[in-house]
Design a protein around this ligand. Structure first.
Ligand SMILES: NC(=O)c1ccc[n+]([C@@H]2O[C@H](COP(=O)([O-])OP(=O)(O)OC[C@H]3O[C@@H](n4cnc5c(N)ncnc54)[C@H](O)[C@@H]3O)[C@@H](O)[C@H]2O)c1
Length: 322
């Protein structure tokens, strides 16, 4: 007899980078997943990637959850019928391309056929929930779950309610994210904060990397090493505020020692620049010489297996120090 969880359906709309990865997460936790995409050939591609990743994870002893590959895989089914994906789902994760009009259109379709008690979640990176959901009948059940790419290998999820989202929806969404192995953080003010928190920090970093490259300070490869071999080493375990706290004897001492330096350097950052023109081409070409575009899938696999090992290491370290 099927257990309660495998009777509960999650609907995934859009089977690209984020959609197929979310599908793997829910299946690893034991939920039944129905995946829909407007392009049927894309779903077949997504299923191929899921199969390949499950095999790769199992081979490296990194499979998530307690289910075998076969059991996880059998929980994920595709459909070319939007209604079939949505109507029985208790949780819907929309993962279509970024764009307000497209998101509104898809959510209006979901709104007209979803269960009245379903939670409707969007993966949007930057669109505020009230703009997507304002016209919906079930807008009190709408929430944004903005994942880190790829969600299966990087657990942080920004949970962003609209002002009209039911508190119970926020609570249940955070609980579900935790249950499937993600780490939810709550964005408390949606309208005042363009780009939410994750991308504000990410864009600040990318913007400064761009400036340093354009001014000829470092090669793209060396700039990336500053993060992967330096800053990122600590950030995998603690955030920049705690790093700063530990870099002196607490934040108060750090402030006394470095506030003028920090402020002076920050004042030199200058206005934002658009990612365009010859700099864009130069950075692209420099990276493409190492990672040709036809090798992206292999490089993503290389990244993902390292992220999975990092997660395993973190779990082991947490367990041995608990
Ligand atoms: N890629 C990232 O780094 C990242 C990170 C966090 C959040 N997000 C967000 O997740 C969402 C999806 O991004 P992605 O990177 O997976 O994009 P993607 O291009 O890889 O996938 C989008 C998929 O949506 C499908 N689609 C388009 N219109 C559709 C429709 N009407 N119905 C059903 N399917 C439709 C496309 O065919 C495609 O397969 C976006 O909102 C994006 O901002 C992306």
């Amino acid at each position: 007899m099927a257990d309660r969880k495998s009777d509960r359906q999650v609907g995934i709309i859009g089977s690209g980078l984020i959609g197929h990865s979310f599908a793997m997460l829910y299946a690893a936790a034991g939920y039944r997943v129905r995946m829909y995409d407007i392009k049927p050939e894309q779903i077949q591609h997504a299923l191929f990637i899921i199969d390949d990743q499950l095999q790769h994870l199992a081979k490296n002893g990194l499979l998530r959850g307690k289910l075998t590959i076969k059991e996880q895989r059998s929980l994920i089914t595709e459909t070319n019928d939007f209604t079939e994906c949505v109507k029985d789902a208790f949780f819907i994760q929309e993962c279509v391309n970024e764009g307000l009009e497209l998101k509104r259109e898809v959510h209006s379709q979901i709104d007209s056929i979803c269960r009245k008690d379903a939670i409707i979640s969007s993966s949007t990176s930057t669109l505020v929930p009230s703009l997507i959901s304002e016209g919906l009948t079930n807008k009190n059940r709408f929430i944004v779950c903005h994942p880190t790419n790829p969600p299966f290998y990087a657990p942080l999820v920004e949970v962003i309610p609209a002002p009209w989202t039911d508190p119970e929806v926020v609570f249940t969404t955070k609980e579900l994210m935790t249950e499937i192995g993600q780490v939810p953080v709550l964005v408390k003010k949606e309208m005042e904060i363009d780009g939410f928190v994750f991308n504000r920090i990410q864009y600040a970093i990318v913007g400064e990397c761009w400036r340093l490259y354009e001014e000829g300070v470092m090669s793209a490869e060396d700039i990336d090493k500053v993060m992967s071999e330096g800053l990122g080493r600590r950030y995998a375990f603690m955030g920049p505020l705690e790093v700063t706290y530990l870099n002196a004897d607490g934040l108060l001492v750090f402030g006394d020692l470095y506030r003028e330096t920090l402020y002076r350097v920050q004042c030199s950052f200058g206005p934002p620049k658009k990612m365009e023109g010859p700099t864009l081409e130069k950075i692209h070409n420099e990276i493409a010489a190492r990672i040709p575009l036809d090798k992206l899938y292999e490089r993503r696999k290389w990244r993902d297996i390292r992220l999975a090992h990092l997660q395993k290491l973190k779990n082991e370290l947490d367990e041995s120090h608990s």
